[in-house]
Structure formats: structure tokens, C-alpha cells
Write a new protein. Structure first.
Length: 338
């Protein structure tokens, strides 16, 4: 959207108006089944109230194909560059595990019919950046990206709607403690009714309410406030096993892929407790100078994690400026490089 000259919004509330194009930059069209949402976030030139599928079908015949593909080629080039950066960020060392690596390593292993859910918080960042939802895959997360705790309930709901498909939830430890652990009891009760027994819950266990911590740093220059942000280290996998489910705790990067494979091959719901580094920054693709200055201010004021924050922030950001290249990945079927 940063460089677009035409903006089409279909059935989206999109509360983050700061990421929309400048008001005089793009011509804009919005489609929504709820008329009260039309024109709410942007000065749309055309507002269409109606069903998305029917409205798009009516609009398609009015489009004219461009004679050249320069714009498309630029987008394809930028997208390829983005995936290069994501691969490099996932490869950055962290203590003990880089959460970006956890999610990035899952991408090639996803079943074709998986239903993915993500909780609010930093888990949603990694879900959005590192997973390519393709073919028959489906994904969902909190509609306004603010409701904490929907990840596991959404996955359980998916299992009731589609008991023949695997479901996978990526959640933070804060959400897991709030309601995710209790929801595992529901999964244990009903799992025998599901044709496909796989319901995987990946907990990004960094002992921090991480998204709020980073928002405090970037938006208000406030250092991490441990009394409200630090949360206890809970043995999530042990709890899962205690109620008849599967589970494993992962504390080293070399254990990550094996854990994903174990969960995807399990004959029951499975919890993976990933010990991840809270200092890995969810840096947006175009962080502003003001946000950088606010984080610096938070560190100067005595952020308890300032040493690791500086180190991980520099390592993450520098990946955007390295020459582009593709890392070799293992083909999940053959084990060969591709």
C-alpha cells in the first residue's frame, strides 16, 4: 500500500490507518456488507455496500488489462526481496530461540488442508510474515488484532467445523495462561470425535507480554515494566501430557523442526512449548524515525532487557540491507536441498 495508486478494500475494518496511503496519493474503492463501515478509515471515492463475491463479480467485467507489466514486475521483485529478508531474520541467532525461526521453519511443513489460527500479540506478527497460506489452507486471527486469547478456541472451533482437517494455533504464553490451558481440557474431552486427531498448539514462551512491551517502547518511549509485563515460566507441554495429550518442550534451535514433525505426526492434540527470546523485535517493514527514537528513549531510561534489545534489534534490521540471496531449504519430502 505504500506505493499504490489505487486502493481496493474488501470487507476489512483495517484499524491501522497509519499504514494506508497518503490521502492525495491513491484513488480508493471500498466494498463492505455493512454500510456503516464504508468510508470509515479513508476518503474512498466509491463506496459499495454488498456481498464481496457478488460485488467483485460485477466489477470484474469493467476492468481493462494493462498492456505492460512493469508495475507487476516491481511488486514481484519486492516480494522476492521480502522473503529473502524473512529468511535471514529467521536465521539470526537468539537466546535461546528466535521466534521468527520457529514460525519460518513451519512454513514448508504445513499440510495442504491445515487450518491456522494465531493469537494477538507478537505471535500474530510472525504468523503474518513467515507463513504462506496457499491452496486449501485457511487462516484466522482476532478481527481487530487486539483481542487476547482467541488462538486456541479458534482452533478448537475449526476442529468441530472440519473434524477431518488438522488445526494449528500459534499463541503467546500470556494468552496460553489466560485461557489456552483451560481450552486444552475441551480438546481432551472431544478429541475422539475428530477424524483427524491433530490439533497443534505452539506456545511462544518468552515469559513476557511481548507485544505490549514493544508497543510501550516504540509508542511512548517507556521501558519494560516488569511488575505487569513479566509472567511465569509454565510447563505447558507437561500440562498437556497430564491430561492425555501430547507435548514437548523445545529449548534449542536444532530441536525446532523435529518438534514440528513430531506434532504433525501425532495421534492426538499436541502442545509444543518453544522457549523463545523476548528481545527479538517485531520491527515493521518501514519503522519510523519517531518509533526508533522512542525505543532508544526507553533503553536510556533503564529497560531491564536493554542489552539484548539493542543486539537483536541491530541484527534484525541489518538483514534488510544485505545483498539479496536465497538460503537453501530442505525439501520436506526428500530431505534434499532445493
Amino acid at each position: 500500500m505504500t506505493d499504490c495508486d489505487t486502493l481496493l478494500v474488501v470487507g476489512s475494518n483495517f484499524p491501522y490507518a497509519q499504514f494506508l496511503p497518503e490521502f492525495d496519493q491513491a484513488r480508493a474503492v471500498q466494498i463492505d456488507i455493512d454500510p456503516s463501515m464504508l468510508g470509515l478509515r479513508y476518503p474512498f471515492e466509491v463506496n459499495l455496500a454488498g456481498d464481496a463475491q457478488a460485488t467483485l463479480a460485477a466489477l470484474l467485467p469493467r476492468l481493462k488489462r494493462k498492456k505492460h507489466g512493469a508495475w507487476r514486475k516491481k511488486i514481484e521483485k519486492d516480494t522476492a526481496r521480502w522473503w529473502d529478508v524473512m529468511e535471514r531474520r529467521a536465521a539470526v541467532e537468539a537466546d535461546p530461540i528466535n521466534p521468527e525461526y520457529v514460525v519460518h521453519s513451519l512454513d514448508a511443513l504445513l499440510p495442504d488442508d491445515v487450518i491456522l489460527t494465531a493469537d494477538s500479540g507478537s505471535a500474530a506478527n510472525w504468523y503474518a510474515r513467515h507463513l504462506r497460506i496457499r491452496g486449501g489452507m485457511r487462516g484466522s486471527l482476532s478481527g481487530t488484532l487486539a483481542t487476547m486469547g482467541p488462538g486456541v478456541p479458534y482452533a478448537i472451533g475449526a476442529k468441530f467445523a472440519h473434524p477431518d482437517r488438522p488445526a494449528l494455533a500459534i499463541v503467546g504464553d500470556g494468552a496460553m495462561q489466560m485461557n489456552g490451558m483451560a481450552e486444552l481440557v475441551t480438546a481432551a474431552k472431544y478429541r475422539h470425535e475428530w477424524q483427524d486427531p491433530r490439533l497443534i498448539v505452539a506456545v511462544l514462551n518468552n515469559r513476557d507480554l511481548n507485544q505490549v512491551t514493544w508497543e510501550m517502547r516504540a509508542m511512548s518511549g517507556a521501558p519494560q515494566f516488569l511488575p505487569s509485563q513479566a509472567i511465569p515460566d509454565v510447563p505447558y507441554a507437561d500440562f498437556a501430557r497430564s491430561i492425555g495429550l501430547g507435548g514437548v518442550r523445545v529449548e534449542k534451535p536444532e530441536q525446532v523442526e523435529a518438534a514440528w514433525r513430531q506434532a504433525l505426526a501425532a495421534d492426538r492434540p499436541f502442545v509444543i512449548d518453544f522457549r523463545t527470546d523476548p528481545a527479538v523485535p517485531p520491527i515493521p517493514p518501514h519503522a519510523t524515525r519517531e518509533q526508533a527514537e522512542a525505543v532508544a528513549s526507553a533503553l536510556v531510561k533503564g529497560d531491564s532487557d536493554r542489552g539484548d534489545v539493542v543486539k537483536q534489534g541491530i541484527k534484525a534490521k541489518v538483514q534488510e540491507f544485505l545483498p539479496g540471496h536465497r538460503h537453501q531449504e530442505k525439501d520436506p519430502g526428500s530431505g534434499q536441498d532445493r
